[in-house]
Design a protein around this ligand. Structure first.
Ligand code: C2O
Ligand code: CU
Ligand code: CU
Length: 465
């Protein structure tokens, strides 16, 4: 929990030692020195001010992912806070060697306030570092947490609540033999190992999954329904979650919400595919399992111990007055006719800077240049954005929420239902979304949420005008 008066919360970003692996001390960077950072549980439409003090040796910028946030509080990558002692002012780009000029930066000394007015539906959001060129290693070290927004519509449903409504932040990490977090691209001793730089190009993955900062945790459950708010907070790993054993009867997962809150109707799913940045709100019914059963949440996209995510153990029978209604919410369905224009964004790896240049992850063939917007949607309008890809790129749009219209021209299917802010664009795929630009005018961005790709400049500005 976070301390503060009324709706002002104060967080400090600190370097501390934490116990992530049993009995091992690991240096992390955490909001309030914890990983994940404090869990926010707030109301839609009520402004939350978060004052963040940077006590780390590096600049930071904090973004509320999925938040309808004014641009000055959106965590733009070069809008950074420098710690009062020992922090340095960046002047160079990290991974693609291009220089930024001093005018590209805004510096805050020590502490800065972010205002989140939250004019939006109940949803499971998250917050994380967004510093230019270094979001990936800074999130890897621990700068991420969850942020639940509630409203009356969601509260009124008979879904599981209280201690049966549980956020699960899932990510993967690698550790050195000494127990420190290992991030290959910044570890000079690993640089020369064949394959390390390729691994960096594709996004950094670890061999241990963590749930709310713990490896392979066990949750004791009663034989009732639970609501799990799943977040894929990994830098680059995709998950396909499944339950083993699956329940004898009924679907393993009933999805009730997506990135941006409730679906119109529940969707029954045997497995949940989630790319980095995505959230899924699901109900799991443990009533079909005998007491003492251990149920494993696994990642079907991995092998061996890397499949292990977490365990549930049914320890008791209890009354269950929760249920999943057939109608969850009124969700307006956007239609192609609602779009006032169509734009294409091509997420691709290209050679930037001629034959002596670098391979770079780009949007429309260009590496990110702060202050050069690729689009200027009008406030209050809907646009059709075509997102094309050469690889798995989980594309995230700030501010705007969208609905997935098609994948390679076909109906996207139930996995993409509801209002979203992040969508996995798969290799050689074109995903069309209908995005509504609501809330605020100003500068925002879209980018690949594979955090290494984001740091390698697969980002673009757009201006809401
Ligand atoms: Cu979750 Cu711009 O990122
Ligand atoms: Cu975002
Ligand atoms: Cu990508």
């Amino acid at each position: 929990s976070v301390s503060g008066d009324a709706d002002v919360y104060r967080l400090a970003q600190r370097a501390v030692e934490a116990e992530i692996l049993p009995g091992v001390r690991t240096g992390i960077w955490g909001y309030n020195g914890t990983f994940p950072g404090p869990l926010f549980d707030v109301r839609a439409g009520r402004t939350v001010r978060v004052e963040i003090a940077n006590e780390l040796p590096v600049p930071t910028s904090t973004h509320l992912h999925g938040g309808v946030t004014p641009p000055e509080s959106d965590g733009y990558p070069t809008d950074v806070t420098i710690s009062r002692d020992g922090g340095f002012r960046p002047h160079m780009r990290g991974h693609n060697g291009m220089e930024l000029s001093p005018e590209d930066w805004t510096f805050h000394d020590g502490v800065r306030a972010y205002d989140y007015p939250l004019p939006q539906r109940a949803a499971t959001l998250w917050y994380h570092d967004h510093r230019m060129d270094f979001s990936a290693p800074q999130v890897w070290r621990g700068l991420a947490g969850m942020f639940i927004v509630r409203d009356d519509t969601d509260d009124a449903l008979p879904l599981p609540e209280g201690d049966r409504d549980i956020p699960l932040m899932v990510c993967d990490r690698a550790f050195t033999a000494e127990g420190e977090l290992s991030y290959p691209a910044l570890d000079p001793s690993l640089r020369e190992i064949p394959g390390v730089q390729d691994a960096f190009m594709d996004g950094v993955t670890g061999d241990i999954n963590l749930v709310n900062g713990a490896p392979w945790p066990e949750l004791e459950v009663s034989g009732t329904r639970y609501r799990f708010r799943l977040l894929n907070a990994a830098n680059a790993r995709r998950y396909r979650f499944a339950l083993e054993p699956a329940p004898q009867e009924g679907p393993p997962f009933v999805q009730v919400g997506s990135d941006q809150g409730l679906l119109a109707e529940p969707v029954e799913l045997a497995a949940l595919a989630m790319s980095p940045g995505e959230r899924r709100d699901v109900v799991v019914d443990f009533s079909g399992y005998p007491v003492d059963t251990e149920i494993r949440l696994v990642n079907r996209l991995a092998e061996g111990a890397q499949r292990n995510v977490m365990r549930f153990r049914v320890t008791r029978r209890e009354n269950d007055d929760a249920e999943v209604p057939r109608r969850l919410a009124d969700v307006e369905v956007l239609r192609p006719d609602d779009a006032v224009r169509t734009r294409t964004f091509d997420f691709r790896r290209v050679l930037v800077g001629g034959s002596g240049g670098n391979m770079n992850w780009t949007v429309n063939g260009a590496a990110f240049e702060p202050g050069t917007p690729l689009a200027d949607p009008e406030l209050g309008t809907v646009e059709r954005w075509r997102l094309a890809s050469d690889f798995h790129h989980p594309v995230h749009i700030h501010l705007a929420h969208f609905q997935v219209l098609s994948r390679n021209g076909r109906d996207p299917g139930p996995q993409d239902a509801g209002w979203k802010d992040t969508v996995d664009v798969r290799p050689y795929e074109v995903v069309e979304v209908l995005a509504r630009f609501d809330g605020f005018r100003g500068r925002y961005m879209l980018h690949c949420h594979n955090l290494e790709h984001e740091d390698m400049a697969m980002m673009a500005d757009f201006d809401v005008v």
